[in-house]
Design a protein around this ligand. Structure first.
Ligand SMILES: NC(=O)c1ccc[n+]([C@@H]2O[C@H](COP(=O)([O-])OP(=O)(O)OC[C@H]3O[C@@H](n4cnc5c(N)ncnc54)[C@H](O)[C@@H]3O)[C@@H](O)[C@H]2O)c1
Length: 250
């Protein structure tokens, strides 16, 4: 029996690396993205155990259809990774309602919709959900009124899911990445932000896609069979410490 993972936002970055780690562990993977060209390029050389599905995770009807297509293709679902996300940073006064709605639609509505659509299949396998939050959902910071709030909501939604879906054997956990040099991060991290992160992170560096994907795939695996409702920061120690005061460092 081959296990099946569904990973959203899988055309690049953390999602694509997560899909590759599942494949390396012998899983089949449905890669979901709204960028059809990038998804086609990403899946071209992944082999027969992988398949791409174009879908906007914030569109309820598209999500329902996408989950049905994935089940028609692979026959089962053991893990759902809600990774698709968008980042738009700006001061509160400049965050217009359209920007707020764009961020919430993908980052928050998408997690709700994909999970709801996947629950019947996950009940059959006693499967796992991993939602991707962010350190921006754990610690408030400037310019993130929409992004940070969307990720804080994802953290809480994970606990709601764990509370309600546990009786079906479905586990729900949240991974909160620190900074990773993906396209998403590089679009909003100025040189000043990059330098400031180095000052504030005990491990003193950005993380890699593989380091985030390793935590995600662990939480979907049998090794984490008694872990649910947890929020795990893969962030080089950023969330747990205050050592980052530049004046206190070498
Ligand atoms: N990179 C970081 O520093 C960082 C830090 C904390 C959290 N995160 C989170 O990790 C996740 C992955 O981010 P990444 O850095 O790999 O970003 P990325 O931009 O490289 O990849 C995100 C993917 O999601 C897709 N996507 C966006 N909106 C979508 C939608 N509505 N429907 C379907 N696909 C959609 C994009 O096309 C893209 O392929 C996001 O949820 C992000 O918020 C990233």
């Amino acid at each position: 029996m081959v296990k099946v993972a569904l990973v959203t936002g899988a055309a690049r970055g953390i999602g694509l690396e997560t899909a590759k780690q599942f494949l390396a562990s012998g899983w089949s993977v449905a890669l979901i993205d709204w960028d059809a060209d990038e998804l086609a390029a990403a899946t071209a050389d992944l082999g027969a155990q992988a398949a791409g599905f174009v879908c906007d995770v914030s569109d309820p009807e598209a999500v329902t259809a996408m989950v049905a297509e994935v089940l028609a293709r692979f026959g089962r679902l053991d893990a759902l990774v809600n990774n698709a996300g968008v980042a738009e940073f700006g001061p509160i006064e400049d965050c217009d309602y359209a920007m707020w709605k764009r961020v919430m639609a993908t980052n928050l509505d998408g997690v709700f919709l994909c999970t709801q659509a996947a629950v019947p299949a996950l009940k059959e396998t006693r499967g796992a959900v991993v939602n991707i939050g962010s350190i921006s959902g754990l610690r408030a910071s400037t310019l993130r009124v929409a992004y940070g709030t969307s990720k804080a909501a994802v953290i809480h939604m994970t606990k709601q899911q764990a509370a309600e879906l546990g009786e079906y054997g479905i586990r729900a956990n949240c991974v909160c990445p620190g900074p990773v040099r993906t396209k998403l991060a590089m679009a909003v991290h100025s040189p000043e932000i990059i330098a400031a992160y180095h000052d504030a992170i005990p491990l003193n560096r950005y993380g890699s896609e593989a380091e985030i994907a390793g935590v995600i795939t662990f939480l979907c695996s049998d090794a984490a069979s008694y872990v649910t409702g947890q929020v795990i920061a893969a962030d080089g120690g950023f969330d747990s410490t205050g050592v980052g005061l530049p004046a206190l460092r070498d």
